[in-house]
Design a protein around this ligand. Structure first.
Ligand code: C5P
Length: 314
């Protein structure tokens, strides 16, 4: 019985700007995404019975259809109707390290790993682009999570343009255990507050794209200049999450105080991150922030930028 074990890496947003409304009800985005080495382990095993079984060590992760990993299998079966007959079912074991509801795309990373893993397990020979096309039907972050590394993401987040190697930096991640933020809540709240500034007409959208200021960050990544990267971090969601959860802002400010490169919230939060030149520097920032805040509700992780989204592991 074949088993594949994969690492599914978390992502952070180095840049996240909300441009406006799309006809499909989603938001048009300009983002720069970065994979980091904090990872879930996702293992896939063929089952002779014709069903999907999900096991997960995290009590808040559903093991039924609500789990994106489950829906990946259903989507594959729907797309390739003879798979079920040829291969039977699959058991998926998810060992969670990436916090849930954290703005780190943990669920999307697991779904990406299941897509990559099923492609191997069932010898489908699909390309990354084909896997991304399948993945985008289930979640906007999944296409990025399949290829990972450093990339510009536009559209609703599913259009990916890789930015080459940016993997020297380290990062301290920090999250209040008691706070989880739902992505629909974050987008809904942003829409309520900033609806007037939204553009949606096609002509206005094209004009608005000229004002997106991610160019400086993209140039800094191209120059491999950590100080410049740190100066150009940006996340629109801070405008709604920090007022609703002042402790997240305090955590970000504390990390920023100890980091020479800068700190920012990731995605729709509440995880915040600080950049560091090296693992030692990241460990130092973590220790200083832990002592300063002395809050047992905050979890910290030290991770490294990495150049893939999913990695085969034994
Ligand atoms: O695509 P995904 O399932 O991750 O999106 C979750 C929710 O986040 C969507 O239902 C939508 O409310 C919101 N969203 C959005 N615009 C995006 C991505 C997500 O409004 N570009």
């Amino acid at each position: 019985m074949r088993i594949y074990s994969l690492l599914a890496f978390a992502k952070i947003n180095l840049y996240l700007e909300i441009i406006g409304d799309r006809p499909d009800g989603y938001h048009e985005l300009a983002m720069v995404m970065q994979s980091v080495s904090l990872a879930d382990r996702v293992s896939l095993r063929e089952l002779s019975v014709d069903e999907v079984r999900i096991q997960c060590n995290h009590p808040e992760v559903p093991t039924d259809r609500r789990n994106l990993a489950y829906r990946v299998v259903e989507l594959m079966w729907e797309r390739f109707p003879d798979l079920q007959q040829r291969h039977g079912g699959v058991e998926i074991t998810i060992e969670k390290q990436i916090p849930v509801g954290a703005g780190l795309a943990g669920g999307s990373a697991d779904a990406a790993a299941v897509l990559v893993g099923l492609n191997l397990l069932w010898k489908l020979g699909l390309t990354h682009i084909e896997l991304q096309e399948l993945g985008q039907q289930l979640g906007s972050d999944i296409p990025f999570c399949i290829t990972g590394g450093t990339a510009i993401a536009t559209g609703r987040g599913e259009k990916i343009a890789p930015l080459g190697n940016n993997s020297d930096l380290h990062v301290v991640l920090a999250k209040h255990r008691s706070i989880s933020i739902s992505t629909p809540w974050a987008y809904g709240t942003f829409r309520e507050k900033f609806r007037e500034s939204y553009v949606s007409a096609e002509r206005d959208l094209a004009e608005r794209w000229h004002q997106v200021h991610s160019g400086a960050l993209v140039a800094a990544i191209g120059h491999h200049n950590p100080a410049e990267i740190g100066q150009h971090l940006y996340n629109d969601f801070e405008k709604i999450v920090l007022p609703a959860y002042p402790q997240v802002g305090q955590l970000r400010d504390t990390l920023a105080e100890f980091s020479s490169l800068g700190a920012m919230m990731s995605g729709s939060g509440p995880t915040v991150f600080a950049l560091a030149h090296s693992r030692q520097e990241a460990e130092r920032i973590r220790q200083q922030a832990q002592v300063e805040l002395a809050d047992p509700d905050i979890d910290f992780w030290v991770a490294q930028f990495c150049s893939s989204g999913v990695q085969l592991s034994n």
